[in-house]
Design a protein around this ligand. Sequence first.
Ligand SMILES: CC(C)(COP(=O)(O)OP(=O)(O)OC[C@H]1O[C@@H](n2cnc3c(N)ncnc32)[C@H](O)[C@@H]1OP(=O)(O)O)[C@@H](O)C(=O)NCCC(=O)NCCS
Length: 152
Amino acid sequence: MAALVRACSDPLTRRYTSVPDPYTPEDARMFVHAGRTDSAMPLAVVADDAEGTVLGAVGLHAVDMHRGRTEIGYWTAPWARGQGVAVRGLRLLADWALADLGLRRVDLYAEPTNLASQRVAESAGFVRGNIVRGGIALRGRRRDVVRFTLLG
Ligand SMILES: CC(C)(COP(=O)(O)OP(=O)(O)OC[C@H]1O[C@@H](n2cnc3c(N)ncnc32)[C@H](O)[C@@H]1OP(=O)(O)O)[C@@H](O)C(=O)NCCC(=O)NCCS
């Protein structure tokens, strides 16, 4: 839990994702125990070591089985960045959503200033789309975002 709190208290993660801010041990407990629902499937990415070190998280949200689409989001803990964690986690979960859930489209939204996330999206095979004006609401403010899409 302490590692999750440290990871989610990182300024970049607070700036670009919807993690609770401030992030408390109770938020970490809720994340770990959050189950799969009809519209959300959160997943922690942990290292395959004895401690199960937290590396990051990737999750589906706004899953729409009827329309065959979902959105996907991710963050990497500051101590695990630059090692391909986000690209691998993103690709694995997106492929699972397309192949196993049977969805046809996965969208992700990155802010124009978030160059690292845009690079992650392109490296994972997502195709850059248009700017969506006010496409996401973060901390009560609508923000412009670039849409990236992976089709099944
Ligand atoms: C964006 C983020 C998830 C990247 O995680 P990561 O695990 O370090 O990314 P990877 O190691 O998989 O790197 C993937 C690519 O991005 C590039 N990259 C990583 N950090 C970068 C940066 N600061 N600027 C430019 N490119 C960057 C890498 O060089 C790599 O490029 P390549 O595939 O061409 O070699 C991480 O910085 C983060 O958690 N940021 C805060 C949360 C966030 O922005 N989430 C996404 C919201 S849309």
